[in-house]
Design a protein around this ligand. Structure first.
Ligand code: COA
Ligand code: ZN
Length: 329
């Protein structure tokens, strides 16, 4: 049964940011650029190219400017990057960014661990970034980490999340991403939180960002889409994770999510065969197995040859008549 009925969903790729920030091997700048250029042709609404963070905090993305400046911009694709502070925003502007993806956590402990600021200090920095964005005419999306739980604090009260959403909405940001930083979300919680925040700010561009740390990423994606989320972050091959969140593992894999949503009748705009081919290149780049499954198994209608002695098996079965003897006893 097709429940999607052609509903348009907008797919954001985060492998070159959320993915590469977690890789121990430094991915050469030219390879990063070639990957973004390849992904640009596959139907994404948005690509999170890199981050403009401190090179000490995220050495893997220390080449943010070069990557951002040298990628080929395809019309219709938004090229965004993660920005934690005003310093990062200035670097991003010089690199001709299409959108600031500003970041802070709904959890005080994760905010301190990841960004070395209290949430109030982060909010003050990000208020400065939003002011800069307004002057420059650049849209702002807020990625809120640990919306569905914090690996150090446990449950994060919805009131805490909603409080931050209200403050960012008052600053007229374009979008907010609800991030499940370490795969703590579960489907009924996803439904409740997404419903609550969407009804509180229906005009906001909402995005969901799931990690598959506990195997619930795909089912959480369905829960989010069924209550009206139309924008989804995901990572080719399922790489990713926040280096400052204990136990973090990869995002939901783009090829797995796109395959599922296409089967269900949603219009993702994505080229699945192209994604699977690109995942092969990514595997060579990161030099380890990818957690994604569809790039290994193929589309659900991938047809495999029967066993080599199939004709003999079939002939013997037919000779036996309609049913094996035992059934007549
Ligand atoms: N880009 C580049 N360099 C930056 C920077 C930025 N956006 N912000 C700060 N720096 C530099 C400073 O210039 C300073 O450099 P120096 O030591 O050579 O003088 C150094 O980083 C420390 O600056 P400070 O302002 O004290 O920052 P901090 O050490 O308190 O770190 C952050 C704050 C936000 C910059 C850092 O924690 C960070 O980049 N975190 C990102 C984490 C992340 O991306 N996690 C995964 C995604 S959720
Ligand atoms: Zn993430």
């Amino acid at each position: 049964m097709k429940t999607g009925n052609g509903t348009r969903l907008f797919i954001n790729e985060v492998a070159t940011r959320d993915g590469f920030q977690m890789e121990s091997r430094f991915i050469p700048t030219d390879d990063k650029i070639a990957l973004v250029d390849r992904l640009s042709g596959l139907g994404y609404a948005k690509i999170e190219v890199t981050s403009f963070t401190s090179a000490k905090a995220i050495p893997a993305l220390r080449d943010g400017e070069q990557v951002m400046q040298r990628i080929a911009r395809r019309p219709g694709v938004v090229y965004t990057a993660l920005v934690p502070n005003v310093r990062g925003a200035k670097r991003a502007l010089e690199s001709r960014i299409d959108e600031f993806n500003i970041v802070m956590s709904a959890s005080e402990t994760h905010n301190l661990a990841n960004l070395r600021m209290t949430r109030e200090q982060s909010f003050a920095q990000l208020t400065g970034v939003i002011a800069l964005a307004k002057q420059a005419g650049v849209p702002v999306n807020v990625s809120l980490s640990c919306v569905f739980g914090c690996p150090m604090e446990g449950e994060v009260p919805l009131a805490q999340v909603q409080g931050l959403i209200d403050r960012f909405a008052a600053l007229e940001v374009q979008g907010i991403t609800l991030c499940d930083t370490t795969g703590m979300a579960y489907p009924t919680q996803v439904r409740d939180i997404c419903e609550a925040v969407i009804s509180s700010k229906p005009a906001m561009e909402w995005t969901a960002h799931f990690h598959n740390t506990r195997g619930m990423g795909l089912v959480n994606t369905v829960a989010a889409v069924e209550v009206g989320i139309r924008r989804l972050d995901m990572s080719l091959g399922g790489i990713g994770g926040c280096p400052y969140a204990p136990g973090a593992t990869g995002n939901v894999a783009t090829e797995d999510v796109v395959h599922m949503l296409q089967c269900m009748g949603y219009d993702t705009g994505m080229d699945l065969a192209g994604l699977i081919a690109a995942a092969g290149e990514l595997e060579a780049l990161v030099q380890h197995d990818l957690p994604a499954q569809v790039s290994r198994a193929g589309h659900r209608l991938t047809r495999h040859a029967p066993p080599p002695d199939f004709n003999d098996i079939a002939a013997r079965a037919r000779e036996r008549g309609h049913a094996p003897k035992e059934l007549h006893q």
